[in-house]
Design a protein around this ligand. Structure first.
Ligand code: APR
Length: 188
């Protein structure tokens, strides 16, 4: 059974198997979490993305993590919010599912997600969070056992807390990455 964790922090510091990036369809880098991931991973990440060439909205592509603590980056492209009548909900769910499919194909036991589409792409955060949580917990995982939702800001943390309680999902909040029970303790 999949176990979930919630943490407020910087996803580039996630010390597990893979992090998901909120990428754009050109995989061209950008601001927000994408910019932070590219800065922390180093220029090799942009080069790897350039070789892949791009990724349609609702899909995901994998690169190494380069200088990140995480071994892999799964670049997922969420939809830009255009009022809600342009298949945004399906495309957002699809971006989460596509990330899980990539993690499963690598046989990864753990994965960390940022809040896809709720920043520059302006997806209403409450709805996006419900989709994120429902989609992840509905996914038939085989190798994945632990999914961590990494939120950056206080308002988004409150939204995740509320949705987790409302949907009654097995998600435990932790204060720091070293409290994640499935990761080896940091070396002294
Ligand atoms: N760690 C975790 N979450 C972060 C971090 C970080 N270091 N930095 C930002 N965030 C949060 C934001 O606060 C927001 O809640 O990630 C969420 C997603 O916001 P964006 O990064 O703007 O992602 P998105 O809305 O999917 O827009 C994607 O923005 O940067 C560009 O290239 C990217 O064009 C793409 C678009």
């Amino acid at each position: 059974m999949l176990e979930g964790f919630l943490i407020q922090g910087d996803i580039t510091r996630y010390p597990g198997s893979a992090i998901v990036n909120a990428a754009n369809a050109a995989l061209a880098g950008g601001g927000g979490v994408d910019g932070a991931i590219h800065r922390a991973a180093g220029p090799e990440l942009a080069e790897a993305c350039r070789k892949i060439g791009g990724c349609p909205t609702g899909q995901a592509r994998v690169t190494p993590g380069f200088r990140l603590p995480a071994r892999y980056v799964i670049h997922a492209v969420g939809p830009i919010w255009r009022g809600g009548q342009h298949q945004e909900a399906e495309l957002l769910a699809s971006a989460y599912r596509a990330s899980l499919v990539e993690a499963e194909s690598l046989h990864l036991p753990d994965l960390a997600f940022p809040a896809l589409s709720i920043g520059a792409y302006a997806y209403p955060a409450e709805e996006a969070t419900a989709i994120a949580l429902k989609t992840v917990f509905a996914f038939p995982c085989e190798f994945l056992r632990w999914v961590t939702f990494v939120v950056y800001s206080d308002p988004v943390l409150q939204i995740y807390r509320r949705q987790i309680a409302q949907l009654q999902l097995p998600v435990k909040e932790v204060g720091r990455y070293s409290e994640l029970p499935f990761l080896p303790p940091p070396s002294p």
